[in-house]
Write a new protein. Structure first.
Length: 429
């Protein structure tokens, strides 16, 4: 008869140095992932040895280490599923990237439902592992999921069809090689749980188990649906409320000018304040050639290009206004909910009357936008253009409203929760 573990008085809990050594090897490998971002043969060999040890010596692992492995797996799957489930649209965009990279454009319309299913599956798997529900099934499901993830991320690491798999949503961005390494560490834990699946203590009430499974799965799907129909309850992206898009105390921008000697062709570059413009001899012999600028604040900026009709980038000017600026973000005209137009037009009219700026920020082509505005009687507000990927990153709503002032995000609104202007007209919100 097979023995079930789950209590500290089980004989398998006898201290076993090999069990703890293997656990420390797993934890140490997990830490090293943060230090090794690219291909490393020695690290791959270490991770391979780690999995091999788990496969060969799984019977020697004591109950305490086995339960810790189960708990670690559960917590990891919960975290991974939650940070993606809080933003299902973000996971949808990552899945679409994979479809496009693999030439499966036809599957892109299914990306959102696949996102919801994948996130719910991963989160539920993690929570049920913690609760020891249906361990025989769960261990096989975890193994199958990790097999698919490992093969996919190996291909990503070798060929980089997508720059970021989105394994942890926008909460934690890691390289493709780090993602593959992470999966190898998880695989060692999965191997232990799978091969010892009969040793976990069972529940006596199967109806209770199925009830818990139903509550967990459908509860998380409902949670995801809420985050789709509203903005994510936790925003991990740069344009979240209270984040600064521009540094509060910017360093001065440096301007450099290059001059060329009219006779010798010698070129000299000067910092603008060092240009000998009062030297008449120099100015007579040299002619201006080019100029450039160095902005030391770029690393601290979270803005993306916002172009006017002439192609000039006005992003800094827009977000740094000392009054509230209302950015109406539209990245897909074909999916614009027409029932919101009257509400938007009313908001724009009141903003104009209060001498505050409301602009349309879109990825649509000018002619396409003009046709849409005329056909649907959308207010003709100032228009600026940007990339749809950047706009999707800024807000998970189409359209969505972003309120910004002096380089800081003050508020974000989904079109389903579009505010009245009277709520926002004060500079301090």
């Amino acid at each position: 008869m097979k023995k079930n573990i789950g209590y500290t008085n089980h004989p398998n809990n006898e201290i076993n140095w090999f069990s703890w050594l293997l656990l420390l090897l797993n934890l140490g490998s997990a830490y090293l992932i943060s230090q090794i971002e690219e291909y490393n043969l020695f690290f791959l060999l270490l991770l391979g040895a780690n999995m091999l040890l788990a496969l060969v010596f799984y019977r020697k692992i004591n109950a305490s280490v086995l339960n810790i492995s189960r708990v670690l797996l559960g917590l990891l799957f919960i975290y991974s599923g939650f940070v993606k489930g809080v933003d299902p649209l973000g996971t949808q965009y990552r899945i679409e990237d994979y479809f496009f990279a693999y030439g499966m454009d036809w599957a892109a319309p299914m990306a959102l439902i696949l996102s919801v299913i994948l996130n719910a599956f991963e989160f539920s798997l993690g929570l049920l592992l913690l609760l020891r529900i249906k361990m025989k099934w769960l261990s096989w499901l975890a193994f199958a999921m990790m097999l698919v993830f490992t093969l996919t991320t190996l291909y990503d690491a070798l060929y980089s069809p997508v720059p970021d798999c989105g394994c942890f949503g926008d909460a934690l961005i890691i390289t493709n090689w780090q993602t593959f390494y992470k999966n190898l560490v998880i695989n060692a834990l999965v191997i232990l749980v799978l091969l010892r699946r009969y040793d976990f203590r069972k529940y006596q009430n199967q109806m209770l188990e199925w009830g818990i499974i139903g509550v967990v799965v459908f509860g998380f799907v409902f949670f995801e649906q809420y985050n789709i129909n509203n903005l994510p309850i936790i925003n991990f992206r740069p344009w979240k409320v209270d984040n600064r898009l521009l540094p509060e105390n910017p360093k001065p921008v440096k301007y450099f000018l290059t001059y060329k000697h009219k006779t010798t062709g010698e070129e000299k570059e000067f910092l603008s304040k060092d240009l000998p413009w009062q030297d008449s001899v120099f100015m007579a012999n040299y002619q201006w050639l080019s100029s450039r600028e160095e902005d030391p604040n770029i690393a601290d900026m979270n803005i993306f290009p916002m172009l006017d009709a002439d192609g000039n980038d006005v992003s800094k000017e827009l977000v740094s206004d000392s009054q509230n600026v209302y950015l109406l973000v539209v990245y897909n005209l074909n999916k614009f909910p027409l029932q919101t137009i009257a509400e938007i037009n009313q908001f724009y009219t009141e903003a104009e009357n209060a001498n505050q700026r409301m602009v349309l920020l879109t990825s649509a082509l000018p002619d396409e936008l003009k046709l849409f505005v005329n056909k649907n009687e959308l207010a003709e507000m100032p228009v600026y253009y940007s990339d749809d990927t950047a706009l999707k990153m800024a807000i998970r709503s189409n359209p969505g409203l972003i309120v910004v002032r002096t380089g800081k995000i003050l508020a974000n609104y989904h079109y389903r929760n579009f505010p009245e202007f009277s709520q926002l007209k004060k500079p301090t919100l």
